[in-house]
Design a protein around this ligand. Structure first.
Ligand code: FAD
Length: 468
């Protein structure tokens, strides 16, 4: 068969796998020789102040696995630490590339970066193709009857499910085309040190990286998916999938996960599919409202809530020392592992905004720095939901009671004790509000920084003052 291109370049970004991959599939189908590249983007990495960043190590490990997989096929993965403009231009010249293939990314920085690369390609008379891969439905594929983007989840979900029922989820089978991978050998992989980073506790906390890690977690979750609805809200129970970091870096294929949910035919699977749809909902929100990436509230009324922004409270929150065990255990889980259970993300975010009266943007930035699965759209969506400033958010007058949430979702305090060893001998009846315990049950643990009922009243007044 006559191929459209002689030498193509597939640029991997947040799609670190070599199976069911839209751009790689298209390149292999249309090209004689396919070269693959991953760029450690100097611009992005220079903004990460903490050089012990679990995400960078996760990416590095996943890139290592991807490179090994290409090496086994007598091909290679070109890995460069530079700006995308330099790295792509270098690869174009070195391998006489006549087409670039990549999967689309919907974050404003990425859109801007890709426009620059398209310009370079155009100037050199090189084709540039991008593909939908990160989501099942993107951009304007799910719109209201008036052709507007959705701002409320339920009708979006209903439309999504309708479209899904009429769609055959594509499979981008790589194996039958892999003979078109260019047979070549590039340099050995740069070390973490070479890109200015250090090893973290990723292995100690047993975070499985790369395609193999994603596969392992997906298989493990398949056995539990039917129970998801009943168990997903309890942080002490292994009820959720823990796949978010793999969805973030594309070490799993979202199409395969949606298929997994469809095939499982259980109430749990239905609920889980809902969560994958929330993910896509927030992607399309960010695509249509890129201003939210610059600190703008989704709802204009709540753009300038006069938060108190008490620095001592914020510090106590970031250190897991607010005196509210469920909030502190959640933050300590985040600090120690880079993960936080979804129920606790909601509780911790609500507590920061509506109890400590600190701007949600501070919390959003803190999560962005610490979360291993940090995704701009979901993180912003989650924070604006908790702060009642977002699309389809928690109503402003609904304020989580941190003690009630703790009683309900960690009844025996198992999760709390895991992350707050100071409370290991605390009785279950005292663990949710240890300051109320009798003298015989006192611990080396801070008292509450605030009084919830008092702060609740203040928060309600603050929000009320913003309503137009
Ligand atoms: C304040 C706040 C911040 C958040 N920040 C992020 C973030 O930076 N990155 C991120 O991936 N998720 C974020 N979430 C959503 C959610 O908490 C995580 O996706 C989830 O906890 C990841 O665990 P899991 O993979 O076991 O999820 P599961 O419960 O197994 O869900 C499966 C997948 O669905 C998606 N998903 C689940 N819940 C949501 C949701 N509410 N919004 C969007 N997608 C969802 C995720 O991709 C997740 O991996 C945030 C939520 C809140 C309230």
């Amino acid at each position: 068969m006559n191929k459209r291109h002689k030498n193509s370049l597939v640029w991997f970004r947040r799609d670190l796998r070599d199976y069911d991959h839209a751009a790689l599939h298209a390149a292999l189908y249309e090209s004689q020789h396919v070269f693959c590249i991953f760029i450690f983007d100097k611009e992005i990495l220079s903004h990460l102040k903490n050089k012990n960043d679990r995400r960078v190590e996760f990416i590095w490990e996943s890139v290592r696995e991807l490179k090994e997989s290409f090496l086994q096929k007598k091909s290679d993965l070109i890995v460069i630490y530079d700006s995308p403009e330099h790295a792509i231009s270098y690869a174009i010249n070195l391998f006489n590339i006549d087409a670039i293939y990549t999967n689309r990314d919907y974050e404003p920085y990425a859109i801007n970066r890709d426009e620059k690369i398209q310009k370079i390609a155009l100037a050199k008379n090189i084709a540039f193709y991008d593909f939908k891969d990160q989501v099942l439905f993107e951009k304007n594929e799910i719109l209201t009857a008036l052709e507007k983007s959705y701002t409320v989840f339920t009708p979006y979900k209903n439309n999504y499910l309708k479209k899904l029922s009429n769609t055959t989820i594509p499979r981008f089978d790589i194996e039958p085309l892999s003979q078109n991978l260019a047979q070549f050998k590039y340099a050995p992989l740069l070390s973490l040190n070479d890109i200015g980073f250090k090893k973290t506790n990723l292995h100690d906390i047993k975070i499985h990286t790369g395609m193999s890690g994603g596969k392992l977690l997906a298989e493990d979750f398949k056995e539990r998916i039917a129970h998801y609805k009943k168990t997903r809200d309890y942080p002490a129970i292994k009820g959720v999938s823990y796949l978010s970091v793999h969805l973030r870096f594309g070490t799993v294929s979202v199409r395969q996960l949606i298929r997994l949910a469809q095939e499982s035919l259980s109430e749990g699977a239905e609920t889980w599919l809902n969560e994958l749809i929330w993910r896509e909902f927030y992607f399309q929100i960010l695509f249509h409202r890129p201003d939210i990436a610059k600190g703008k509230a989704f709802k204009k009324d709540y753009e300038s809530i006069p938060f108190e922004n008490n620095l001592d409270y914020f510090k106590a929150w970031t250190e897991g020392k607010t005196g509210y065990p469920i909030v502190d255990a959640a933050i300590r889980q985040l600090n120690e592992t880079g993960f936080m259970h979804n129920r606790l993300r909601m509780v911790a975010a609500s507590f920061l905004v509506k109890d400590l009266l600190v701007d949600w943007r501070w919390g959003e930035a803190y999560f962005a720095e610490k979360l291993i699965d940090f995704d701009l759209s979901a993180n912003n969506g989650g924070w604006q939901w908790a702060a009642s400033t977002g699309c389809d958010a928690q109503p402003w007058f609904r304020i989580f009671n941190p003690v009630t949430q703790s009683v309900k979702f960690d009844p025996e305090g198992k999760f709390i004790k895991k992350y707050i060893p100071e409370l290991k001998d605390c009785l279950a009846e005292n663990i949710h509000a240890p300051w109320l315990a009798k003298e015989t049950q006192k611990f080396d643990y801070p008292g509450p920084v605030i009084d919830h009922p008092t702060q609740r009243t203040k928060a309600l007044a603050l929000y009320k003052s913003c309503k137009s």
